[in-house]
Design a protein around this ligand. Sequence first.
Ligand code: TRP
Ligand code: SF4
Length: 336
Amino acid sequence: MEKKIILTGDRPTGRLHIGHYFGSLKKRIELQESGEYTPYILIADVQALTDNFNNPEKVRNNVREVAMDYLACGIDPNKTTIYIQSMIPEVAELTVFYSNLVTIARLERNPTVKTEIAQKREIFGESVTYGFLGYPVSQAADITIFEGKYVPVGEDQLPLIEQCREIVRKFNSIYGEVLTEPEAILSSGKRIKGLDGNEKMGKSLGNAIYLSDSEEEITKKVMSAVTDPNRIKKDDLGNPNVCMVAYYHNLFSTKEEIETVCEECKAGKRGCVACKKQLAKNISDTLKPIREKRAYYEQHPEEVDRILQEGTQKARKTAKETMKKIKKAMKLDYFE
Ligand code: TRP
Ligand code: SF4
């Protein structure tokens, strides 16, 4: 039996951090290694432009950064097709066809889009662009162009998959059963808090550790992490439950170390500086193989280009085949 296609992706608006790693990358690598699927990863540069249209340089640079992050952390181009969204014109074409099958009111009700618009007041002011409001339509094209069945996503993306399913049903009811209705596989891993204790780790919040951060950068960031505010002197009794350093020890340290951290902290026998230094070392050691692999790709940009080009060519071939069926169904198959 042919393996089921799965599609994931990210907007290339910055390098990837440990929040991405625990939240989605780890899961994508597991799915890739299970051998049960044919995975695609799209670098969604067109979607990134919907809220970065005034910053093409940023999007362009981050396509490569994100690609290197993928490769560094274990996305294997021999198993997963990595491709650049804007290089598949069929996706843009399909987006136009789909735009007739969705109402403006329905897009305005999409919870994910609604939340994002509220967060992006500084970009859009009072009036959102047609492109941003419509990005779920473009995402529906991303998903269906490969006749993908499963989309592994986090909870925030579920409304986009639902919107895609509606478009597919509408399309099939009008033009015939051509499209595959995708299903979301909820595959969010852990949601990691920022170094400052914020629920979200993010670039704009300045509270993230990147996969590409050097040992010095990691140490500097960990030193600024929020600790138990009631603990001023070493012999003050601490509460690791309100300390971000303890929180990260739980992610990056051994069981024995975690136990020692908690016991010594509670007993007032542990200095915060030493505690942070140990954490920084553990994070740095964990990320070392990723950092080293990434350094290799930084020194071999031609290899990254080749991987992106080959992945994109492969993806385009599939996209063209699907588009042929779609055009035939829509009576747009005038000539070759
Ligand atoms: N919306 C996703 C994000 O915000 C990126 C994305 C674009 C995507 N197209 C997709 C994810 C298709 C899964 C499937 O990062
Ligand atoms: Fe946090 Fe460690 Fe300080 Fe306790 S000793 S408050 S766990 S940094």
